[in-house]
Ligand binder design. Structure first.
Ligand code: GAP
Length: 448
């Protein structure tokens, strides 16, 4: 079953509704760079918060970390990124466009048909200079993964957290890769955000923990509302494994351009800690006092992209439906991901309705990200909220002035209920947590 939405529709909705804009838009944009607008920034924060809650706060075996983007250059020599974080690149001898050798067939340029050069290896790390002198000695790299910040802090964290293994260290932050072929909107960009967990385990238990995390991560996407039939697992072939990996499984999503990686869960063995111990001269082994055992831990790494997850959540939530003979575009986001949780909509911009509606807005604001909209017809305002995925609209009408009640409209079922203004936040809170997580059940009972 192909996805029902193409990427152009998502890009256009993102721009129209303030999710994502081209970077430096007024200068014509900058290739593969994107800015998150008012809706996008909320969505992205919600994705990161959901991940952090599941991976750090809901567990007692994982702690968080936030490390520097620029690190000692020795880190990247030890990690193998200077030698091995490369893609084979070919260049067209006529138009000089460069291509990843593994994405072109034959030796003709896909753009102009010109002859291509032999492949040469191209390092994907961005290089810059630290301090005022541009010389080899001051070269630093922008990190291509957040993982290395975790490995070099392993000893600091174990000592200060006083936790025993298995122990996970989680980090969310920007990474940079000078991708040869970025594209597909925010799927592959040169600047993106990682959500990474390095889970340190006793050697010999690594395969068990790899299985555990593969399942856990697949289930997380389902729990966050992604349709199971749009997800699958794929184990890497030996020839695809990254230089540090013993084994790796991708969670793949059915993107409009086909099944593609959403997240990788790798068994990095003891590669990183061994390399950093050797290159820094610091002992990075772990002493298990209870067992009287000393070893270099193995690492299981679930590594996801924030931006790629945002894209998958948007595509999966997207729907076009006919309601009362009118087309509506709707994002059926999981409630916890929706940028705006509730919109307060007075029936019209009327001098009697406005003060009541403003009071309701003030009442809800401290508890939820709330929108207030009194422009245009109520129908158009519902459509706008549907398009940004707002789970609930609260409508204030003339009856509200008499009976002190308002109408709550459900984005998915379109069901409307009338509830007292007093205690409204409790009702919305319960509904946000409640049965609507199973959106399919609601769609089935939808009133058309
Ligand atoms: N530390 C391991 C690591 O970085 P990866 O498979 O290269 O592994 C993990 O990246 C995830 O990061 C990917 O599954 C994807 O979601 C995201 N990612 C990687 N490169 C990206 C890029 N250029 N643009 C956007 N997301 C990217």
């Amino acid at each position: 079953m192909p996805t029902k939405v193409d990427m152009e529709k998502i890009v256009s909705l993102c721009k129209r509704r303030g999710f994502i804009f081209p970077s430096s838009d007024i200068y014509g944009g900058l290739a593969s760079c994107w800015d998150y607008g008012p809706m996008g920034v909320e969505l992205k924060r919600n994705v990161k918060e959901a991940w952090w809650k599941a991976m750090v706060q809901d567990r007692d075996d994982v702690v968080g970390l936030d490390t520097s983007i620029m690190m000692h250059p020795g880190v990247w020599a030890a990690s193998g990124h200077i030698d091995s974080f490369t893609d084979p690149l070919v260049e067209c001898k006529s138009c000089h466009l460069r291509w990843r050798a593994d994405v072109v067939e034959g030796n003709k340029c896909p753009k102009c048909g010109g002859e291509l050069t032999e492949p040469r290896m191209f390092n994907l790390m961005f290089k810059t200079f630290m301090g005022p002198v541009e010389e080899e000695a001051s070269v630093v790299y922008l990190r291509p993964e957040t993982a290395q910040g975790i490995f070099v802090n392993f000893e600091n964290v174990v000592t200060t957290s006083r936790k025993k293994l298995p122990l996970g260290i989680a980090q969310i932050g920007k990474s940079f890769r000078n991708e040869i072929t970025p594209g597909n909107f925010i799927f592959r960009t040169r600047e993106f955000e990682h959500m990474e967990l390095e889970y340190f385990v006793k050697p010999g238990t690594d395969e068990k923990w790899l299985d555990y995390w593969v399942k856990k991560r697949f289930d997380w996407y389902v729990k966050m509302g992604v349709k199971r039939e749009n997800l699958r697992l794929r184990q890497h072939g030996k020839d695809e494994l990254a230089h540090y990996a013993k084994d790796c499984h991708d969670v793949e999503y059915r993107f409009p351009m086909g099944w593609s990686e959403l997240e990788g869960i790798a068994n990095r063995g003891d590669f990183d800690l061994t390399q950093h111990a050797r290159c820094s001269g610091k002992d990075l082994s772990y002493y298990d006092a209870e067992a009287g055992d000393k070893y270099v831990p193995y690492v299981i790494e679930p590594s996801a992209g924030v931006d790629r997850s945002v894209l998958a959540f948007m595509i999966d939530a997207y729907d076009e439906e006919e309601v009362e003979k009118e087309k509506r575009t709707v994002l059926h986001f999981h409630h916890s991901l929706a940028p705006i949780k509730v919109a307060v909509l007075p029936l019209s911009r009327n001098e009697k309705l406005t003060p009541v509606a403003k009071e309701v807005f003030k009442q809800l604001c401290p508890s939820f990200v709330t929108d207030y909209d009194d422009s245009q017809s109520i129908g158009r305002r519902y459509r706008r909220q549907d398009e940004i995925g707002t789970p609930f609209c609260v409508t204030i009408d003339f009856e509200s002035l008499e009976d002190k009640q308002v109408t709550i409209r459900d984005r998915d079922s379109l069901a409307q209920i009338r509830v007292p203004i007093e205690g409204l936040e409790k009702v919305i809170e319960a509904k946000l947590k409640g049965e609507a997580f199973d959106a399919s059940a609601l769609w089935a009972t939808r009133q058309k």
